[in-house]
Ligand binder design. Structure first.
Ligand code: HEC
Ligand code: HEC
Length: 160
């Protein structure tokens, strides 16, 4: 028993991580994709909480040093979409309203070294597509990652 337990735990953790990418897909929404995907990746709604999205959507004129203000109608529609598909719990919440500063993000990306984060090809943690190259096709899975300077990501289980 003592010998199997750790590998069972590893298997469970692998499956959990494996499932994570698939859950990123939210129902398509053209308005959100266009308005929130023009300057950066349209970040999956479930990576922040409802409260975080509400706060973010009420301060679009001062958006991380940019002005991303929308008309009232579009802002409301996008806010409804984001809050409906938001994540829950402290792990998906950050006072800075940055997905990249949530406990979930930090933990999920713990294998990226400080040096890899500042690679000129990455520039910012928010530059998801530097590593997640198939996001345009809706794919966030572990099997669609290539870290600049390291190459194709094979995951924890080395199965490809
Ligand atoms: C420097 C490269 C890099 C950047 C930038 C990056 N990621 Fe990742 N991401 C990874 C790696 C590598 C993994 C797999 C980690 C592991 O399995 O240990 C991962 C895992 C994930 C997963 C889980 C995938 C799965 O199937 O388990 C999601 C979701 C994710 N990242 C979202 C994001 C989002 C959203 C952003 C931008 C806000 C982002 N990542 C930025 C490298 C990166
Ligand atoms: C005019 C350009 C622009 C538009 C439009 C825009 N953003 Fe941003 N956004 C930025 C910039 C710049 C950052 C900071 C990026 C960085 O730190 O690398 C940012 C960062 C973010 C972050 C934090 C990323 C992190 O670090 O985890 C979130 C969340 C976000 N934006 C959501 C949205 C949403 C939702 C919309 C649509 C309502 C939107 N953005 C539209 C420019 C924009």
């Amino acid at each position: 028993m003592k010998r199997i337990l750790p590998s069972l735990a590893l298997l469970a953790a692998t499956q959990l991580a494996f499932a994570e990418g698939g859950k990123m897909q939210a129902p398509p929404n053209a308005l959100w994709q266009e308005e929130c995907g023009s300057c950066h990746t349209a970040f999956p709604p479930r990576l922040l909480t409802e409260d975080n999205w509400k706060q973010l959507m009420s301060g679009l004129d001062k958006h991380f040093g940019d002005n991303a203000e929308l008309n009232v109608k579009d802002r409301q529609a996008i806010k409804d979409y984001l809050t409906r598909h938001a994540g829950t719990g402290a792990r998906h919440s950050a006072a800075s309203l940055r997905i990249t500063e949530t406990p979930w993000f930090t933990r999920e990306h713990r294998s990226i070294s400080p040096k890899e984060w500042v690679n000129p090809q990455v520039k910012s943690r928010a530059n998801c597509t530097a590593c997640h190259q198939s996001v345009a096709q809706g794919r966030w899975s572990e099997h669609d990652i290539s870290v600049p300077g390291r190459g194709r990501w094979s995951g924890d289980d080395d199965d490809d």
